[in-house]
Design a protein around this ligand. Structure first.
Ligand SMILES: Cc1ncc(COP(=O)(O)O)c(C=O)c1O
Length: 458
């Protein structure tokens, strides 16, 4: 008999979570103005809002925290992290930051000015926010296949090289300070970018003399998909694949809260000293001295250890199989989910799930609210609210895909929890024809509105 799949870790500490009644959840979500970010975590039974900073650290990570060196300058924890980053990514220069968007803030302060054009695959919302905050423009060059939700393509995060080259031809070199490739591509469904594509983007970028940076929050999950789906990498280790991936970039921004399995932290990796030095000034200004940059010594220790654990094949196999376990249950029931399944989350096509709710009534947010009311499960909208308004016209941008994302925290939930989530969503699916009205906005912020938006039922 073939041995069944099982987790590559066991539990040493548990955290209690509490179920609630449907009538309580109806009241709580109304007080939260139908914004799932406004709920208290105690009002949520299974929290799939994000996989960011919500993972469970290992015994080794907790123990190395005790050895943290909290010196302001030159701490041994900084050097430990520097060594780990060099070992895993190959980058000789790095700056610690307190999280991923802080890395974006520092790097973009050094590289981007008003009117610039930043092409890439679908930029993540904070990345786009930091670009648009500087009055620059993010251009999405993702392959068209990414927007066909059930089309079976192994690398839906890939950049369309023709689209990219058109942008590089259209604008002068001095208006394109960098290209950003997000691995895996969160905004198009946690979909990976192939090694071939990374290589081709780098060759093209070099021809135009433009640096390439990877938004690398889920670089290890990307490497796992390369190993599984790109024939010539089948026999390579995850770490070999990771090193080759980063060799096709000039640097990286990292939200360590994902694939490095820490609760807080980030960094920027640089190939070139010049970018490192230019960014260092902004790091000191916004984050802290260059040898701690917004992180405590103990957190740098945990991050250094997490980089190794997050690039372990067996861990990645456990993780990605758990995400697929949820996806398969939903797909088998006929729920429209993105396929192939992404690395960190399952994305539900809200427009097909709730066909009676009008586009301007925030369909994916409506689905998220219904799922919360059904079972106390919290997901997140990746749709019109997140896409925000066009910075010039201030009109709603309607993205090609209106998705509800169920992101799975790393090493946190068991497959029983996953079964519960599937059952709750199936119940909503069974009553989908009774859901005909969505939500409208009462109040919103001028940028990154989805975090704080207030809504009411139509
Ligand atoms: C692809 C990507 N880039 C950047 C970020 C921002 O990272 P942070 O939340 O650590 O600021 C995220 C967060 O989810 C992300 O998914």
């Amino acid at each position: 008999m073939e041995l069944p799949f099982a987790e590559s870790y066991k539990m040493k500490v548990v955290e209690l979570i509490q179920r609630s009644e449907r009538c309580e959840r109806e009241e709580w979500i109304s007080i939260a103005k139908y914004n799932l970010f406004n709920l208290r975590s105690s009002q949520v039974f299974i929290d799939l809002l994000t996989d960011s900073g919500t993972g469970a650290m290992s015994d080794k990570q907790w123990s190395t925290m005790m050895l943290g060196d909290e010196s302001y300058a030159g701490a041994s924890s900084y050097y430990k992290l520097k060594d780990a980053i060099r070992d895993i990514t190959g980058f000789n220069y790095f700056l610690p930051t307190h999280q991923g968007r802080a890395a974006e803030n520092v790097l973009f302060s050094a590289l981007i000015k008003a009117g610039d054009i930043i092409p890439g695959n679908s930029h993540f919302d904070t990345t786009k926010g930091h670009i648009e905050f500087r009055k620059a423009h993010a251009v999405d060059c993702t392959i068209d296949e990414a927007f066909h939700i059930e089309l079976n393509h192994p690398f839906k995060g890939n950049i369309d090289l023709d689209k990219l080259e058109n942008v590089l031809k259209k604008y002068p070199r001095k208006r394109i300070p960098l290209i950003i490739v997000t691995i895996t591509c969160n905004s198009s469904g946690g979909q990976p970018v192939s090694m071939d594509n990374m290589h081709a983007v780098k060759i093209l970028a070099d021809r135009y003399g433009i640096p390439v940076y990877f938004d690398s929050a889920r670089f290890a999950e990307n490497a796992y998909f390369i190993k599984l789906r790109e024939e010539k990498y089948r026999d390579k280790s995850i770490r070999e694949i990771v090193r080759e991936m980063f060799s096709y970039s000039d640097g990286m921004t990292m939200s360590s809260k994902k694939d490095a399995i820490v609760n807080m932290g980030g960094f920027i990796g640089f190939k070139h000293k010049e970018h490192f030095e230019k960014s260092s000034t902004f790091n000191i200004l916004f984050e802290g001295f260059i040898t701690y940059g917004g992180m405590s010594g103990r957190d740098m220790n945990a991050l250094a250890q997490g980089l190794y654990e997050g690039t372990d094949f067996h861990y990645l196999e456990t993780r990605i199989n758990q995400v697929a376990y949820l996806g398969k249950q939903l797909r088998d029931y006929g729920i429209p989910v993105q396929f192939p399944f992404g690395g960190h989350a399952i994305f539900i096509d809200a427009k097909r799930f709730l066909p009676l709710v009008r586009e301007e009534e925030y369909v994916a947010q409506t689905l998220g609210v219904e799922l919360y009311i059904e079972g106390g499960v919290r997901g997140v909208e990746i749709g019109t609210l997140l896409a925000d308004r066009d910075p010039d016209t201030r009109k709603n941008r309607y993205p090609e895909l209106e998705l509800l994302r169920l992101a799975i925290p790393r090493r946190v939930y068991t497959n029983n929890h996953i079964d519960y989530v599937a059952a709750a969503l199936i119940n909503v699916f069974d009553r989908r024809n009774s859901i005909i009205k969505g939500l409208h906005i009462l109040k919103e912020a001028p940028i990154l509105r989805h975090f704080t938006v207030e809504l009411e039922r139509v």
